[in-house]
Design a binder for this molecule. Structure first.
Ligand code: SAH
Ligand code: SF4
Length: 348
C-alpha cells in the first residue's frame, strides 16, 4: 500500500485528485484547503462544513502530523519567541516569531542542519541532516500563525532565514512559497516573503525566472574573495563575481531591491578595507545592506564588532551613498541566532 500523504505536502490540485478518487465533488478541495490555510485547523474533526463520513475518510487517508514543540524560549522583552519543533521522524528545526511595531514575522527553516559550513554559524557547525519537505516548511509558518491567531493577531511576514540553505532545497522551498501565497489559501503577500541565501549562483538565476515578487537576501559577510572563502566555503564554488552577476540578473528580471546581509565580526570583516570593497561592489546597484551584530557561537572564536568599528564602517557606506540599516539583533538573550536553540537543547 502506498504511504499516506502528509497533510501539508498536498497542493490544491493534489487535493482535487485525492478527493475525486474518493468520489467527492470538485468544490470539496477548496473547502478543505480553506479549513487548512485560512481557518488553520489541525484536524478533520474541526472541519464542520464537511459531511461526517468525509471527515472520517480524511482522518484515515491522510497523515495529520502537526509539529510538536520540544523547547521554547522567550526574550526578556517578550518580543521574540523561539520554538524548537519536532518533525514526524523526530528531526528538530527552529522557528522564531519576531514582533515589531507593525509586523509579526516568522523566521523558518528549510533544512535540518546545513552543508554550507559557514564558520560563524551554529547551523553550519552541526552539518547537514536532511531537507525538509514543502509540507514541513509550510507547517512551521502555520504553527506561528496559529499562535498569533490565538492572540487575535495575524502573521504579516515570512523570512526563510532559519536553519538551512533554501536554494539547495529548491523544489520544496518553492513549493512551500507557492503554497503560502495561494489566493484561496494562506494569502501571504509575495512582497512579505524573504528568502535568504548564502549565494548559490545558478539557483539565483533560476529563482529570477519563477515569475515571483519575493524578496531576495544574500548573506555576503565579506567583499573580497580571500576573506569570503575563509568565512563561507561556498565562495570557492561561486565567487563574488559569479554571485554578483546572478544577483544583478535577479534585480534586472524582478526589479526588486536585494538585501545584502553582513554580520559584523570584530577585526574580521568590520575593517575599512572591507567597507570600501563592499561599497565598490554595490555602487549603482538596486541594493541595501543590513548590518547585523554577530551572535557568538560555541565553535567560532569571532566576537561582535565594537560600536566604534560599526560607526567607522557605516561612515564609509554613507560617503559612498550605499543604503544600509543597522539591524537590531532580535532575541540575543534567547540565542535567537540560527541553529542555536537546537544546539543548546542537544547540549552540543
Ligand atoms: N542559509 C541561508 C539562510 C539561513 S542563515 C543564508 O545563509 O542566508 C540566516 C542568516 O543568519 C544569514 O544571513 C546568516 O549569515 C546569519 N547568521 C548565521 N550565523 C550567525 C551568527 N552567528 N550571528 C549572526 N547572524 C548569523
Ligand atoms: Fe548554512 Fe546559512 Fe548557516 Fe551558512 S549561514 S551554514 S548557509 S544556514
Amino acid at each position: 500500500m502506498p504511504k499516506k500523504p502528509a497533510v501539508y505536502d498536498l497542493s490544491l490540485s493534489d487535493w482535487e485528485t485525492l478527493l475525486a478518487r474518493w468520489g467527492q465533488p470538485r468544490y470539496r478541495a477548496k473547502q478543505v484547503w480553506s479549513w487548512l490555510y485560512r481557518k488553520l485547523v489541525t484536524s478533520p474533526a474541526q472541519m464542520t462544513s464537511l459531511p461526517k463520513a468525509l471527515r472520517q475518510q480524511l482522518e484515515d487517508g491522510v497523515r495529520w502530523y502537526i509539529p510538536r514543540v520540544l523547547a521554547q524560549q522567550e526574550s526578556m522583552d517578550g518580543e521574540t519567541r523561539k520554538d524548537l519543533l519536532a518533525m514526524e521522524d523526530g528531526e528538530q528545526v527552529e522557528v522564531v516569531l519576531m514582533r515589531y511595531i507593525e509586523r509579526r514575522s516568522a523566521c523558518i527553516s528549510t533544512q535540518v542542519g546545513c552543508a554550507m559550513g559557514c564558520k560563524f554559524c551554529a547551523t553550519g557547525q552541526m552539518g547537514f541532516r536532511r531537507n525538509l519537505t514543502a509540507g514541513e516548511i509550510v507547517a512551521q509558518v502555520l504553527h506561528v500563525a496559529r499562535e498569533l491567531q490565538s492572540q487575535g493577531q495575524k502573521l504579516t511576514n515570512v523570512v526563510l532565514m532559519g536553519m538551512g540553505e533554501p536554494l539547495l532545497n529548491y523544489k520544496h522551498t518553492l513549493a512551500a512559497v507557492r503554497r503560502l501565497i495561494h489566493p484561496d489559501g494562506f494569502q501571504m503577500g509575495q512582497r512579505r516573503i524573504t528568502l535568504s541565501t548564502s549565494g548559490i549562483a545558478p539557483q539565483i538565476y533560476r529563482l529570477a525566472d519563477e515569475g515571483l515578487q519575493i524578496n531576495l537576501a544574500v548573506s555576503l559577510h565579506a567583499a573580497t574573495d580571500d576573506l569570503r572563502n575563509e568565512l563561507m566555503p561556498i565562495n570557492r564554488k561561486y565567487n563574488l563575481n559569479a554571485l554578483f552577476s546572478a544577483v544583478q540578473q535577479y534585480i534586472n528580471v524582478t526589479n526588486r531591491r536585494v538585501t545584502f546581509e553582513w554580520i559584523m565580526i570584530d577585526g574580521v570583516n568590520d575593517t575599512r578595507e572591507q567597507a570600501e570593497a563592499l561599497a565598490a561592489r554595490l555602487g549603482g546597484m538596486l541594493a541595501h545592506v543590513n548590518l547585523i551584530p554577530m551572535n557568538p557561537t560555541t565553535n567560532y572564536a569571532g566576537r561582535p564588532s565594537t560600536p566604534e568599528a560599526i560607526a567607522e564602517f557605516t561612515k564609509v557606506l554613507e560617503r559612498r551613498h550605499i543604503p544600509y540599516t543597522t539591524r537590531l539583533r532580535r532575541g540575543l538573550d534567547i540565542n535567537a541566532g540560527c541553529g542555536q536553540l537546537r544546539s543548546a537543547y542537544q547540549g552540543e
